[in-house]
Design a binder for this molecule. Structure first.
Ligand SMILES: Cc1ncc(COP(=O)(O)O)c(C=O)c1O
Length: 431
């Protein structure tokens, strides 16, 4: 038995079954876009710990910042004893993610917590309760976040769910366009949004509408720009807080600090986690200062809100993204990946769609070229084949038929090409 197999055997006996296994890789050490497994095998990482290591595995600057902070103090709780790295990080976030004239931030540990707090802030700011979300959405696994999450398989027997949550179809042109032109379809969905005022929920009772500008777990669907503009107008007309969840799409992935910056549509509140901390658990809620300040003292927070170690990691990560201009690098990587996947699509009709924003690129596998006939089996086969060849890949999508690429943005062109070669070879083999 290999060391990796032995570790999995121990895992099977000791770890609860509900903790999913997306891939059977193990790790002994990691750097850049490379993972060395327990048996010393070099793996190419196209998953990035589910979009967490945009700045690479163990960037030396981040590791040094964490080490330095660890030598000073590990924890005081920001509520009890104020520390500078927390304040510095909120200052940085307000600067790179301006929500109007004046922005403020608060820190927590995970994406789901950021979402929970964003909803609490929106409710306090509006004194309203209802929240509107979308099909295909993923917002996390805590109770409100899970309620907002769409995929039934993530929530089976976990209810009762939070009340006052309503849902609209996400404008997914590829799957639901049904022969209409893109413009016709977007207008249809905008009309549906406006009609929701009559057949879904009174907009004047809505505290917030939450959406991912590029759906992550849902299958890497960027929202159509015209829809986002219409949604912004709808929120303004009715005094609704627009929350954009950037937990997966943020911090370099789409070629900007946040995907919304590609659209030129500014949310009232936005949420971040994952690649903000290069692997240390930190998340942020950023928003217009007057909205953020509407939350009364004591109603948001927790013991570990923005641990000093995690703030140090986040500050070093932001420096690194700036220093190496990883946002620009994301666009270059994205172009390279898209070009290669499109040329694969020309040869393999099983690839129904190639799409994304910046380096947040995915491809959808379907049967007979039909967008409604998801090929989850082919998707699983390719991922398994790639795993055997040392390429770590993740699927996405409500119907498990999308392969998403979340490789660290520091990946070399050579390693990226090698990974894409493996995908093409495994696709050919699987077919
Ligand atoms: C868009 C989005 N929101 C929220 C979350 C939840 O983040 P976490 O797993 O850190 O709680 C995720 C995680 O994948 C996500 O992709």
């Amino acid at each position: 038995m290999t060391k990796s197999q032995q570790l999995f055997e121990r895992r099977r006996k000791a770890v609860a079954n509900g903790v999913g296994v997306f891939n059977t890789a193990t790790v002994r050490e990691a750097y850049g876009a490379t993972i060395i497994d327990e048996d010393g095998r070099e793996l190419i990482d196209f998953a990035g710990g589910i979009g967490v290591v945009n700045a690479g595995h163990c960037p030396p600057e981040v590791v040094a910042a964490v080490r330095e902070q660890a030598g000073k103090y590990l924890h005081t709780s920001f509520n009890v004893v104020t520390y500078e790295p927390y304040v510095a990080l909120c200052e940085q976030l307000a600067e790179i993610l301006p929500h109007g004239e004046s922005s403020k931030a608060m820190l927590v540990s995970t994406g789901a917590e950021a979402v929970e707090n964003a909803i609490k802030i929106a409710r306090q700011a509006t004194k309203r309760q209802a929240v509107l979300c979308y099909t295909g959405a993923y917002h996390g696994r805590t109770m409100m976040a899970m309620t907002l999450t769409s995929k039934v398989g993530y929530k089976l027997h976990c209810g009762p769910f939070a009340p006052e949550v309503y849902r609209l179809p996400f404008p997914n042109y590829y799957r639901y366009g049904g022969g209409r032109s893109y413009a016709e379809y977007v207008e249809f969905e905008l009309k549906r949004l406006r009609e929701s005022a009559y057949n879904v929920v009174d907009p004047d009772s809505l505290a917030a509408i939450i959406l991912e500008p590029v759906q992550g777990e849902g299958g890497f669907y960027p929202v159509p720009p015209e829809y986002l503009e219409g949604l912004r107008r709808f929120c303004d007309e009715h005094g609704i807080i627009l929350i954009m969840d950037e937990v997966q799409s943020g911090f370099g992935r789409t070629g900007q600090w946040a995907a919304w910056q590609n659209y030129g549509v500014t949310p009232d509140i936005s949420t971040y986690a994952k690649s903000l901390g290069s692997g240390l658990p930190i998340a942020a809620v950023v928003g217009r200062a007057e909205v953020m300040d509407a939350a009364a003292p004591g109603t948001i927070g927790g013991t570990y809100i923005g641990s000093p170690l995690c703030c140090a990691a986040a500050l070093a990560t932001i420096d690194l993204i700036k220093k190496h201009d990883l946002n620009a690098r994301a666009n270059r990587i994205g172009e390279q990946i898209t070009r290669r996947l499109k040329s694969m699509q020309a040869n393999y009709p099983a690839i129904g769609d190639v799409r994304g924003l910046g380096a947040m690129i995915g491809f959808e596998l379907v049967r007979d070229g039909d967008p409604r006939r998801a090929d989850a089996e082919l998707c699983a086969k390719i991922i398994r084949g790639c795993a055997e060849r040392g390429l770590i890949l993740l699927s996405a999508g409500t119907f498990k038929n999308v392969i998403r690429i979340l490789t660290p943005l520091v990946i070399s062109d050579e390693l990226l090409t090698r990974g894409l070669d493996i995908i093409e070879e495994e696709l050919a083999k699987a077919l």
